[in-house]
Design a protein around this ligand. Structure first.
Ligand SMILES: Cc1cc2nc3c(=O)[nH]c(=O)nc-3n(C[C@H](O)[C@H](O)[C@H](O)COP(=O)(O)OP(=O)(O)OC[C@H]3O[C@@H](n4cnc5c(N)ncnc54)[C@H](O)[C@@H]3O)c2cc1C
Length: 496
């Protein structure tokens, strides 16, 4: 990563690229030998939800903003496919008779995230998610359905589904930025520092033309998202995943380039191993990037490499079940029978069409022992598990793994099938360490002047929200972290 060290008296940097119709004024030219103040502009890298939240806050704080977005036609990044947000004490909860509060969220927080409630960012998130995220977005026109319960959001119904989905949130955020404040198709390739080490701007490259330049500002907010798409980086921070088949449940842009950029400047990280893994995807036999949640409508037993059940199967859209697969050896199968065979899935059609379970990596057996043989696991164990599971379904109570069998499907009509359940990498709950103002911290606890970070790059917000599990609806933290970083980048004193 090229880091340009700019002397205070360096010649004026090349002006900002003349993007069509830009309403952003270039920095005033510097006179040779006479340092001029940095322009009252914040440069935001990435037009995801965190970057756009930061940029809106910059404008509200009285500074100019330019957002560099390397995608040529897409703003909003991962959030275009998202929908769920977490709030504690919202108007929707009140209207539904759900009692919730910051205190209640904090009381439940360790139970579903493993997080430490003494962490300042956890406390801030609990206190500010309604006034600074929910109400702020609501004033922009965002609305929610719900609330709904989710085991990855605690015991209280606090998951809110965005009306119109994440794409609507993205549209509304974008509408609150001037048309030309977002430079599409321009990627940040490095951060520019002056002789004192202060970050004074961004080195950029136009992805279409290859043109390069530098854009200066009083502050830079890096909001480039997580690193979930890079399975190599994921395995670096979670070495125990080396032999686990991983699929993608993040988006292609989550390549971790911003993480590399900040690490090159000596930024500290927190909680990098807090990778949010899902088990809601099946591995597509022909394309590991395709996520296929459809078969999980079926509430059927899962077995591990020992042929044993190992998790509450109702947690199939939850972070805990994926970690349970990892803990029990890294592979698992869902077991089902003839009535659940509509013909298999074609993962390249939308909606998925059923074609052939065999294409999905399913194996078949005439009885539980035969199925286990085909899987290479203990036949007696699988047969015993299925017998106990079916008895629990008949009894309609709970069993060792779950409190209720009311949605469970009896599995007893041959032929039997087993379909591998893939572990998919969804999002990052650890990342660049920032202080409560969004300033990037160094390993020694000091800051890197002029440099801020937000969003999934910071593990949603602050780098240390969770312990051993992620939480549903973390977009709320992404918005909060973006606003905080934008506000401080626009208003913190510039030391020269
Ligand atoms: C399918 C799917 C479903 C999801 N569902 C939910 C959900 O329901 N609830 C929830 O809370 N979360 C959900 N998430 C996660 C959530 O969407 C993300 O955590 C969040 O949107 C991250 O926002 P961000 O702004 O930090 O990063 P991103 O959305 O990744 O945005 C980063 C932006 O920076 C740009 N960029 C990257 N590098 C550069 C560079 N060098 N120069 C310029 N631009 C750059 C990218 O192109 C991108 O636009 C989901 C994610 C996916 C993929």
């Amino acid at each position: 990563m090229l880091l340009a060290l700019l002397a205070a008296c360096a010649p004026a940097p090349s002006p900002a690229p003349p993007r069509a119709g830009s309403n952003v004024q270039p920095a005033p030219p510097e006179l040779p030998g006479v340092p001029s103040p940095l322009p009252n502009r914040v440069v935001v890298v990435g037009a995801g939800v965190s970057g756009m939240s930061a940029a809106i806050e910059v404008l509200a704080s009285g500074a100019d903003v330019v957002v560099l977005e390397r995608e040529e036609d897409l703003v909003g990044g991962a959030a275009n496919d998202a929908s769920l947000m977490i709030f504690s004490g919202s108007s929707e909860q009140a209207a539904s008779g759900v009692s919730d509060s910051p205190e209640q969220l904090l009381a439940e927080w360790p139970s579903f995230t493993g997080g430490d409630v003494s962490d300042a960012w956890v406390q801030r998130f609990a206190e500010e998610n309604v006034p600074d995220v929910h109400d702020w977005l609501q004033a922009m026109g965002v609305g929610w359905n719900g609330p709904a319960e989710d085991p990855s959001a605690g015991q209280t119904a606090r998951i809110h589904s965005i009306i119109g989905g994440g794409a609507e949130l993205v549209t509304l955020l974008r509408a609150h930025l001037p048309d030309d404040a977002v430079w599409m198709g321009v990627e940040a390739t490095g951060l520019a520092q002056d002789a004192s080490g202060r970050v004074v701007g961004v080195e950029w490259r136009d992805v279409a033309t290859g043109e390069v330049g530098e854009l200066r500002g009083r502050g830079v907010v890096v909001a480039t998202g997580g690193f979930g798409w890079s399975l190599e980086k994921v395995r670096e921070v979670r070495p125990e995943l080396a032999d686990v088949v991983l699929t993608h449940a993040s988006w292609e842009g989550a390549d971790g380039n911003g993480l590399d950029m900040l690490l090159a400047l000596g930024a500290a990280t927190q909680n990098l191993a807090a990778v949010g893994l899902y088990s809601h995807a099946l591995r597509c036999p022909t394309d590991a990037t395709v996520e296929m949640p459809v078969p999980f409508q079926f509430d059927v037993p899962w077995v591990d490499l020992a042929g044993s059940r190992f998790v509450d199967e109702t947690l199939r859209n939850d972070f805990h079940s994926a970690e349970a697969i990892v803990d029990s050896g890294g592979a698992a199968w869902m077991i089902f029978d003839a009535p659940l065979v509509p013909g298999g899935l074609d993962c390249h059609t939308d909606p998925y069409s059923f074609v052939d379970w065999g294409d999905m990596g399913a194996v078949e057996g005439d009885d539980p022992e035969g199925l286990a043989d085909a899987l290479g696991v203990d036949g007696a164990a699988v047969a015993a598990e299925l017998a106990a599971y079916n008895a629990a379904v008949d009894a309609q109570g709970g069993d060792a793994w779950r409190s209720s069998m009311t949605t469970a499907w009896r599995v007893d009509e041959p032929p039997y099938y087993a379909l591998p359940v893939a572990v998919s990498v969804a999002k990052m709950f650890g990342g660049i360490d920032v202080d409560l103002d969004g300033r990037v911290l160094r390993a020694d606890g000091g800051t890197i002047p002029g440099l801020y970070a937000a969003g999934e790059l910071t593990g949603m917000a602050g780098g240390s929200l969770v312990g051993d599990a992620g939480f549903t609806g973390s977009l709320s933290a992404v918005v909060l972290g973006g606003r905080v970083a934008g506000r401080h980048a626009a208003t913190d004193r510039v030391f020269r």
